[in-house]
Design a protein around this ligand. Structure first.
Ligand code: FES
Ligand SMILES: [Fe+2]
Length: 367
């Protein structure tokens, strides 16, 4: 797992003035809204005796620890230590890591890392959110998989006909060869577009829905942005477009929350939302079932123990980026963290750590 990326903590509607505990990157965080409604995200570990702040309550703009009642504001500064009295000066070192947050697309994003704003990978843009003629659905899934394997699966153009037979493919075409991909790399990602032949859909209901648009070439594109964001465009006809955006958050190395936003420019009436959501769900579970059987369960550190072919080029490039981000010192040393888990609390370093010294909780070990 890697620090210094934006990760979705939860859907906006779930963050209230009641503290909410969320696990990301194997660490616990507390989220709450302050009196102005702004979302705050802090490390969940109280610097005093390690109380879980999420078990406390929000008092004004502060979170109050449930153990001895210390108050921390949304920036992580301790504002009150009841046992030393109201007038006592709070030591400067009494602070907790607080993380930048942004609300977008009905989701709460947290920047879990310490690099300055201008160096951060931006949140993937969803243009359709502001555009006329598009309907948006949001859905959330939680799978026992490694998010990196899931991103790799997202940019894998050769699995569809085997993993998603409900698309109409089921690997029975002996002559099938993956169409060439037009790969494009950006600073933060890799994507490609291609045209694939789509045989008639197998399910009658889907066949009926597709109407005349059968036996045609489907234009598709997919790519990742940063470590855990994904875009997929499917254009069954020049006029019918489905654009999907996936934001994946590692709860830990083998558990992932997936936030899926689907924009469509057809059947735009809300009454069709449920069909779209069900359909996405079926496809997501088909991917999950395959990913849960992979060995090793998490993306390996080296590519030499796997066989790569042309269609795997985007995955190879994702691995190169992972390597680059590891070399920047962004990768968590999970083995060490796990070894110490019973006796040691860590914090993901926040931007404030670059500005000020003197922190009580150790910064998480990085590779
Ligand atoms: S552990 Fe939080 S106030 Fe004591
Ligand atoms: Fe898939």
């Amino acid at each position: 797992m890697y620090i210094n990326f934006w990760y979705v903590a939860d859907e906006s509607k779930n963050i209230t003035d009641q503290p909410l505990k969320k696990k990301m990157l194997g660490q616990n965080f507390v989220l709450f809204r302050d009196s102005k409604g702004k979302v705050k995200c802090l490390s969940d570990v109280c610097i005093h005796r390690g109380g879980s702040l999420a078990g406390g309550k929000v008092v004004g703009d502060c979170i109050q620890c449930p153990y001895h009642g210390w108050h921390f504001d949304g920036e992580g500064s301790c504002k009150r230590i009841p046992s030393i009295g109201k007038e006592a000066k709070i030591p400067k070192r009494a602070k907790i890591d607080a993380y930048p947050t942004e609300e977008k697309y009905g989701l709460v994003f947290c920047f879990l890392g310490d690099i300055p704003k201008k160096e951060r990978c931006p949140i993937l843009e969803i243009k359709e959110f502001e555009m006329e003629g598009w309907t948006i659905t949001n859905q959330k899934l939680a799978f026992d998989i490694d998010y990196k394997r899931s991103i790799e699966n997202g940019i894998d153009g050769a699995h569809n006909e085997f993993v998603h037979p409900t698309h109409g493919f089921s690997g029975e075409d002996d002559d099938y060869k993956s169409p060439p991909i037009d790969m494009k790399s950006t600073k933060w990602g890799t994507g490609f577009t291609n045209k694939m032949y789509a045989p008639p859909l197998k399910e009658k209901s889907m066949r009926d829905a597709a109407g005349e648009n059968q036996n045609t070439f489907v234009e598709a594109g997919t790519g990742h942005h940063g470590i855990s964001m994904l875009w997929t465009y499917i254009h069954p006809t020049p006029a019918v477009h489905i654009h999907q955006y996936m934001f994946e958050t590692p709860i830990d190395e083998t558990h992932t929350n997936l936030y899926l936003i689907t924009a469509r420019n057809f059947l735009t009436d809300e009454k069709n939302d449920a069909t779209m959501i069900d359909r996405n769900q079926v496809v997501a579970f088909q991917d999950r079932d395959v990913l849960m059987g992979l060995h090793p369960i998490i993306t390996p550190d080296e590519t030499k123990n796997e066989f790569f072919v042309t269609m795997d080029k985007p995955i190879k490039r994702y691995r190169e980026l992972l390597d680059k981000w590891e070399k920047k010192g962004w990768r968590i040393n999970s083995e060490l963290v796990n070894r110490n888990t019973l006796s040691h609390a860590y914090a993901i370093p926040s931007p404030e750590r670059r500005k000020n010294k003197g922190w009580v909780i150790d910064s998480i070990p990085l590779i």
